[in-house]
Write a protein that binds this ligand. Structure first.
Ligand SMILES: *[C@@H]1O[C@H](CO)[C@@H](O)[C@H](O)[C@H]1NC(C)=O
Ligand SMILES: *[C@@H]1O[C@H](CO)[C@@H](O)[C@H](O)[C@H]1NC(C)=O
Ligand SMILES: *[C@@H]1O[C@H](CO)[C@@H](O)[C@H](O)[C@H]1NC(C)=O
Ligand SMILES: *[C@@H]1O[C@H](CO)[C@@H](O)[C@H](O)[C@H]1NC(C)=O
Ligand SMILES: *[C@@H]1O[C@H](CO)[C@@H](O)[C@H](O)[C@H]1NC(C)=O
Ligand SMILES: [Ca+2]
Ligand SMILES: [Ca+2]
Ligand SMILES: [Ca+2]
Length: 582
């Protein structure tokens, strides 16, 4: 048993080196059969195996190659030490035909709780699978020397492990992890919820604070003294013309400025996990360069999202351009520069949104009106349970939660605001589109379909949505039935309860459906706009199209929400340039 524990340590090291750190302790304990640790282990050995195929090299050579991907030289050195101690058994078990599933199960990182083994490499027949395992266990029994080597190396290493925590990168990752679940701006001295740093819910998420020592100064604020001396709303417009008239009065006063915010889920925050991390033909040191940013941003890319995106990608792991509702509103009226807030939380449901909405920053008297998008497009019917139907939000709960959020908004939104409500999507499109296609983790050997991937996650009880991402068509249909019921609840709120004091409601339905139709009309196939790693979100390619769809709906159905085009935009541009940028 002691040996097993050490073996687990070795394998855990591989997991950590692959930077599966966003799984906090709490998350590590989720799921069954080893949960995220098992998935991490499986992914690491799967990439190693793929690399060995792509580069026609032994498993240990592939392991050394993986060490070079680590974003710090000292990590690479440590990784090399571990690999040198495990090289023999790595090559041995690999030549026995062990799949990543088998390796991780043999190492007891993946377990058989609940009497089931979860496998993603299902092409490997069940009998083979157990035979492999027996052979590998036998091998470990008979090779004390190898084990002694590994343990010796670990012992040598352990006194020096302390340096790990001193590496600047690791330190930053640990700091980001500490704040991962608060979803609040971390660097915010004046407490106005706007930040001067980008990640950790900062300026990538909410317009940059132009004065972090004064809470009265922030994006969206009504001007103080017409901004003659200071820019109180961070839109880059201040001072006065030669005759002494304040520019804010000339250019913005009559423009009815209104900012944009979204209370939403991972679609609103724009989750994206680089496929370069899983595909041996694409993986290299470069692909892990932004690992810290990804962790600090909770795997989301709000700065590129269809909701509050304001810049084009400068990252090699995101391809495709950015367009967003905020960006279009800004082009319409440059006075709202930086007035955006993205409160998108991965996995958020209507119940959680009643809490997260409180982190919206708006003051009824001192700020301008706001357009808020209430965008929870699926999680209310999504969960990891096998009997997933029992854990979906009921129509009654949906009504209660949505009304609670809206009533709260009515207490903070300035008069003249708007709330857009998105209905839930048709999530069946995902399985229908993807199930036969090959998942990035199986690209080299052509041996993992999305169906395998979805079912594996269901087996591990870690699925993002066991009701939609399943081979069981009846279950998919029943999940959709509930989603449609919840959408109806939201639409009825718009029709029957549209009597809030400070805002008007507008409902938008069938977003995903419209997106796929529009994409196919342009000659594309639906799979191209779905995130390859999770098979659950829409990707960067589709973001500008989603923006366009929502925008056109608003132009047609509720142009008053978009407001007038500011005739002074060109003059603002001429005098204030990029208005301080972002
Ligand atoms: C892979 O390597 C082996 C031995 O190193 C060699 O015999 C074989 O030809 C190589 N295969 C390819 C496709 O290069
Ligand atoms: C991104 O680039 C495209 C194409 O050059 C451009 O049309 C678009 O306005 C840019 N988006 C942003 C947010 O700057
Ligand atoms: C809004 O701002 C005013 C003036 O600064 C302040 O007195 C008031 O408490 C604020 N309202 C809220 C809800 O914070
Ligand atoms: C699921 O719904 C689709 C579309 O409504 C229908 O064509 C199909 O027969 C249904 N399948 C099952 C198993 O209920
Ligand atoms: C499919 O899901 C339905 C609804 O949860 C369930 O009653 C049925 O037994 C499932 N079918 C299979 C083959 O698992
Ligand atoms: Ca601040
Ligand atoms: Ca401030
Ligand atoms: Ca200003």
């Amino acid at each position: 048993m002691a040996l097993n524990a050490k073996m687990r340590l070795v394998a855990s090291f591989f997991v950590v080196t692959c930077l599966f750190l966003p799984n906090s302790q709490a998350m590590f304990n989720k799921g069954t059969n080893g949960g995220f640790k098992c998935i991490g282990c499986t992914v690491v050995f799967a990439i190693m195996d793929q690399l060995s195929v792509v580069h026609n090299e032994s498993m240990s050579r592939a392991a050394y190659r993986m060490c070079t991907f680590l974003p710090d030289k000292r990590l690479t050195e440590l990784c090399n030490v571990v690999v040198s101690g495990s090289a023999t058994w790595l090559d041995q078990i690999h030549s026995m035909g062990a799949t990543p599933d088998t390796i991780c199960q043999t190492l007891n990182i993946c377990t058989s709780e609940k009497g089931k083994y979860c496998r993603i490499f299902t092409k490997n027949k069940k009998n083979d699978f157990f035979r492999q395992q027996i052979k590998i266990r036998q091998y470990f029994k008979n090779s004390q020397n190898n084990l002694a080597n590994i343990l010796g190396n670990l012992n040598e290493m352990s006194p020096n492990m302390g340096f790990l925590c001193k590496l600047p990168l690791i330190k930053k990752i640990c700091f980001a992890m500490k704040h991962y679940f608060s979803h609040m701006p971390v660097y915010d001295k004046d407490g106005d919820l706007f930040s001067q740093k980008y990640p950790l819910r900062g300026a990538y998420w909410r317009g940059k604070d132009c004065d972090d020592s004064d809470a009265k100064i922030h994006p969206g604020a009504k001007t103080i003294n017409s901004d003659i001396h200071t820019d109180s709303n961070c839109n880059g417009i201040y001072g006065s013309d030669p005759s002494g008239r304040p520019y804010e009065d000339i250019f913005c006063k009559n423009s009815n400025p209104r900012g944009f915010a979204v209370i939403g889920d991972s679609i609103a925050a724009h989750l994206h996990i680089p496929e370069e991390w899983l595909d041996a033909t694409k993986i290299n040191k470069e692909s892990f360069k932004n690992v810290l940013l990804l962790i600090e941003n909770e795997m989301d890319w709000p700065q590129l999202s269809f909701t509050t995106g304001f810049m084009n990608s400068t990252w090699n792991v995101v391809k495709g351009s950015t367009d967003s509702i905020y960006y279009r509103l800004w082009k319409r009226n440059r006075c709202i520069h930086r007035d955006f807030q993205n409160i998108g939380i991965n996995g958020a449901r209507s119940l959680k949104a009643t809490k997260y909405v409180k982190s919206l920053s708006r003051n009824q008297t001192t700020d301008y009106p706001l357009i808020v998008s209430y965008s929870l497009v699926g999680n209310d019917v999504c969960n990891w349970h096998i009997d997933s139907l029992k854990y979906m939000t009921t129509p009654k709960e949906m009504f209660h939660n949505a009304m609670e959020t809206l009533k709260y908004l009515d207490t903070i939104l300035p008069k003249g605001s708007f709330v857009l409500i998105n209905g839930l999507v048709d999530g069946r499109i995902l399985y229908n589109t993807m199930h036969e296609r090959i998942h990035p983790i199986g690209r080299t050997r052509n041996d993992v379909t999305y169906n395998d991937f979805y079912e594996y996650m269901n087996c591990m009880e870690l699925s993002m949505c066991s009701g939609w991402l399943t081979s069981n068509e009846t279950l998919r249909n029943l999940t959709q039935q509930r989603a449609d019921q919840l959408s109806n609840v939201l639409e009825n709120i718009m029709k029957n309860h549209n009597n809030f004091k400070n805002f008007r409601l507008h409902y938008i339905g069938k977003l995903f459906h419209r997106l796929v139709n529009a994409w196919e009309k342009k000659g594309g196939s639906a799979w191209q706009i779905i995130e390859p790693v999770d098979g659950f979100h829409n990707n960067q390619l589709s973001e500008p199209l989603v923006t366009d769809i929502v925008w056109k709906i608003l132009e047609k159905e509720a142009p008053e929400i978009l407001g007038q085009i500011n005739p002074n935009n060109e003059k603002i541009k001429k005098i204030f340039g990029n208005q301080g940028g972002y």
